[in-house]
Design a protein around this ligand. Structure first.
Ligand SMILES: C[S@@+](CC[C@H](N)C(=O)[O-])C[C@H]1O[C@@H](n2cnc3c(N)ncnc32)[C@H](O)[C@@H]1O
Length: 256
């Protein structure tokens, strides 16, 4: 396959809940950093199926969740949340939120990170805060190398360029926040080896979908199995438990 174009990720709420319930479950530290207060108006950017959005609402804040995936928004709405389909690159709110929160979503907004940050800044009231966690530099490095090796062996050219995630360094993301007018209060890269609730094949089927979809459908299951085999010596322990080599970028910034 010659094209370097990467097919888009499709988000399915049931698959997400099965293979990735650890994502919101591990959101406690960033929620703590947000410290939502009763009466605040908070935007949850890339809210997914609304597990964390619901926790912010439970703290007494009024929350609006936005996400680009209609299926995920439907799942969030089913929890009774104010959730709306909207791409992070096209936020159209103006000076209405005390805080913008985001967990595990900003690294999917790879094509235009500055447009996302600018939209967040516009959405905040003066003094409002932007608190988020996303994949950071080096996140799932072994997994990426293994996927790229599988795809290239099967004739996909430029597979590395098609990686759908943006995993920035501290310096990169701090510079982008400051260029948009934010003051950065805290920013850190945090290695977080993450036990996978199912297995590596489940993780690859869910999150690696845009990459494996570059292969003909008949080859995808074999390609996933090949990738799993390559990762076994480094990410699977002696009891058969898989751990993802996650690194998070967590930060808190405010609009002056
Ligand atoms: C790993 S999930 C995280 C969901 C939720 N924040 C959580 O902690 O469970 C990533 C979410 O980002 C959303 N997303 C990806 N690209 C997006 C974009 N460009 N604009 C808005 N949401 C996006 C996906 O639809 C998905 O629901």
């Amino acid at each position: 396959m010659e094209s370097s174009e990467t097919p888009k990720q499709e988000w399915k709420a049931d698959n997400y809940a099965r293979h990735a319930h650890f994502v919101p479950a591990l959101g406690a530290p960033v929620l703590e950093l947000l410290a939502p207060r009763p009466g605040e108006r908070i935007l949850d950017l890339g809210c997914g199926d609304g597990v964390l959005t619901e926790k912010i609402a439970a703290a007494g804040a009024t929350v609006v969740g936005v996400d680009a995936a209609p299926e995920m928004i439907a799942a969030a709405q089913a929890r009774g949340l104010d959730a709306r389909v909207c791409a992070g690159e096209k936020l159209a709110f103006a000076s209405e939120f005390d805080a913008v929160f985001s967990n595990a979503a900003l690294h999917w907004m790879k094509s235009a990170p500055d447009a996302v940050i600018a939209g967040v800044k516009r959405a905040l009231k003066p003094g409002g805060r932007f608190v988020a966690e996303m994949g950071g530099h080096g996140c799932v490095a072994a997994i990426i190398v293994s996927i790229v090796a599988t795809l290239e062996r099967r004739g996909v050219t430029g597979a590395a360029a098609g990686i759908p995630w943006y995993f920035p360094t501290v310096n990169d993301y701090r510079a982008r926040l400051e260029a948009a007018g934010f003051r950065v209060d805290y920013i850190e890269l945090i290695p977080r080896p993450t036990p996978l609730p199912t297995n590596m094949a489940g993780w690859l089927e869910l999150f690696g979908q845009p990459l494996f979809n570059r292969l003909p459908p008949s080859e995808r299951q074999d390609a996933i199995a090949e990738t799993v085999e390559r990762l076994k010596p480094v990410l699977c322990d002696e009891t058969g438990r898989w751990t993802g080599d996650y690194i998070r970028l967590r930060f808190k910034a405010h609009a002056p």
